[in-house]
Design a protein around this ligand. Structure first.
Ligand code: ATP
Ligand code: MG
Length: 361
């Protein structure tokens, strides 16, 4: 799911803070039993990763690592949202390849203790989505900011772009998720998801758990290396400022050594005054385990060198596991097929309850 573009302003960000982002919220968020439809016991987490574009270091530190750590605290289900990729013009072969790549990368990053599956392999998503389209109003769909922005930028607007939030609601409600880690830019869609769950429950009887969104802390935002006031993102035009998870070490080193820094030469964490240097310090902290504020570098060059090596080292195990998974496509097929079968099985009760409640025989 997606995120905001605002910039970190914390002066005291430490590696611990970067690391604890979502977990801190999770601990305060285990009020499942107090929410409408919520249950005591294990917290259930669901989130989906878009199948568009190549995953970046920003995705890794801001979304994937928190998801990996959440596996210790909650029952986690993660999907690669390939159906959502059909809402805009796409190339079938590219979509297929990207979907598999994202799935393999997420497993390589350590999401192997959750259920990780491909959204399109579980037809319950589209079936529940239709029931929710029949609960939602056209007007509220058209009011969604993302629809308005994305549709304004295109000549041919697919109908699925308009109905996308109903599918997103179905993704979440299908799993009876208590908590949904998402980027800030999904706030409106999350509110709609809650509205639809409450409306359905009120009209047709208690069926859905009303989920709570968990937004990542701003401190976990990685900025573009070439434009340090903009967020690093996979759809960015500037490849020079974006570290992709599968970049070879030499590319990572080059991109970080050429990172735009700030005037002066003092290495100091000051996101407002020194966004470039602060971004490198935050990256170094997140990847190496050293606190951000420690002023151990006498020059920008030394900071870049250390940051590059820390990022390369942090991503090395991901690259290695990805290579192993990629070498055995049949094994990836088997893992994904087993996960889809398990999700189909585990969500069949909820789907049957929703069908029955709304009046289908
Ligand atoms: P796009 O450009 O397509 O929006 P993106 O790189 O912003 O791509 P999303 O799919 O929007 O990626 O977001 C996936 C997850 O990664 C979200 O949870 C989001 O908060 C997180 N994320 C994205 N970019 C960053 C970043 N630069 N720093 C930290 N977290 C990020
Ligand atoms: Mg985004």
């Amino acid at each position: 799911m997606t995120s905001t573009t605002s910039q970190t302003t914390s002066q005291t960000t430490s590696q611990t803070e970067i690391r604890t982002g979502i977990q801190a919220d999770i601990r305060t968020g285990t009020r499942a039993a107090e929410r409408p439809g919520g249950r005591a016991g294990t917290t259930r987490v669901f989130s989906a990763f878009q199948a568009t574009g190549r995953l970046t270091l920003g995705n890794y530190l801001g979304a994937i690592l928190p998801a990996v750590r959440l596996q210790d605290e909650a029952a986690c289900v993660y999907a690669v949202a390939d159906l959502h990729a059909l809402t805009v013009r796409h190339d079938p072969a590219v979509l297929r390849a990207r979907t598999r790549e994202v799935a393999a990368l997420l497993l390589a990053c350590g999401l192997d203790r959750s259920v990780l599956y491909l959204q399109s392999r579980v037809p319950a998503h589209t079936e529940l989505s239709y029931l929710l389209e029949s609960t939602a109003y056209e007007g509220e769909m058209r009011r969604m900011i993302q629809f308005r922005e994305k549709s304004a930028a295109q000549e041919e607007v697919r109908l699925s772009l308009l109905t996308y939030p109903a599918l997103m609601a179905a993704d979440i409600l299908l799993h009876r998720a208590d908590l949904v880690p998402v980027g800030e830019d999904q706030r409106q869609h999350m509110e709609l998801t809650r509205d639809l769950a409450l409306r359905f429950n009120r009209r047709y009887g208690e069926t859905f758990v009303v989920p709570e969104a968990v937004y990542p802390r701003v401190a976990a935002r990685v900025m573009d290396l070439a434009v340090p006031t903009a967020k690093m993102s996979k759809s960015s035009a500037s490849e020079a400022g974006t570290v992709y998870l599968l970049d070879p070490p030499a590319d990572i080193r080059r991109k970080i050594m050429r990172a735009v820094t700030d005037s002066g030469n003092e290495v100091r964490y000051d996101p407002a005054g020194k966004p470039g240097v602060s971004n490198l310090l935050a990256l170094l902290a997140a990847c190496s385990g050293r606190p951000v504020e420690s002023p151990v570098h006498s020059s920008y060059g030394a900071l870049k060198k250390d940051t590059a090596e820390a990022v390369i080292e942090a991503l090395a195990p991901v690259r290695e596991r990805f290579a192993v998974l990629s070498a055995d496509p049949a094994e990836l097929d088997r893992i994904l097929a087993a996960a889809a079968a398990r999700v189909t099985e585990e969500t069949s009760g909820l789907l049957a309850a929703a069908r029955l409640a709304i009046g289908l025989a």
